[in-house]
Design a protein around this ligand. Structure first.
Ligand code: APR
Length: 200
């Protein structure tokens, strides 16, 4: 089986040259701050128009928490944007872990449905939505590993973070998982050990 790659990248998500760039959106899907703001600015105004065309499933809700929706990527170097809505952290008893896991699963599932090979994630919910970083990183890595182990078409999964502290947290989660999977004999996954910068 081909090597799979999970790599932590220190840099700006919007610069990633990938098939799928994941946006940490909100349920309305009409833009916001953080990643969402940066993605909309970099993709250009056509993105907002495309988001408006995504049908509402409830008043003001185009993408429920834990779900994902795909649009074109317009002026980004990516081919598609997958918008996902992470949970707001309320202390952990409101199903936050499962909702965050669902975000990663849904994004990877949309990618696989379209036979796409590379995807870049931000640290979903780890900004304005205040999900604890270490806990989120473990969930992210676990879900990515589960999704790609039987997906020969997935070539690379990038976990992209702006801040060094988040890079370190993500890298730690990747290293931990790599050790675990090595012990259990799952050697087809290459969890890269070193963080690198995205292209400026
Ligand atoms: N590249 C990489 N990482 C980034 C970038 C970027 N350009 N911009 C922000 N980040 C990091 C933040 O530092 C944080 O660690 O992404 C992580 C996610 O932060 P948010 O963008 O605040 O996402 P989230 O916590 O999921 O909150 C979503 O914020 O802007 C609104 O519309 C959005 O309401 C939604 C909410």
């Amino acid at each position: 089986m081909a090597m799979k790659r999970v790599q932590v990248v220190h840099g700006d998500l919007t610069k990633m040259e990938v098939d799928v760039l994941v946006n940490a959106a909100n349920e309305r899907m009409l833009g916001g701050g953080g990643v969402d703001g940066a993605v909309h600015r970099a993709a250009g105004p056509e993105l907002l128009a495309a988001c408006r065309r995504v049908p509402e499933v409830a008043p003001g809700v185009r993408c429920p928490t834990g779900a994902a929706r795909i649009t074109e990527a317009f002026q980004l170097k990516a081919r598609y944007i997958v918008h996902t809505v992470g949970p707001v952290w309320f202390g952990g008893s409101q199903g936050e872990d499962e909702l965050l896991a669902s975000c990663y699963r849904e994004c990877l599932s949309l990618m696989r449905t379209r036979q796409l090979a590379t995807i870049a994630f931000p640290a979903i919910s780890c900004g304005v939505y205040r999900f604890p970083a270490e806990r989120a990183a473990v969930i992210a890595v676990e879900q990515i590993y589960l999704a790609i182990r039987d997906a020969p078409e997935v070539e690379a999964v990038y976990l992209v973070a702006f801040q060094q502290v988040m890079v370190n947290v993500l890298q730690h989660a990747v290293d931990q998982y790599a050790q675990l999977s090595k012990r259990s004999g799952a050697r087809d996954v290459d969890f890269s050990r070193h963080a690198m910068r995205s292209k400026a």
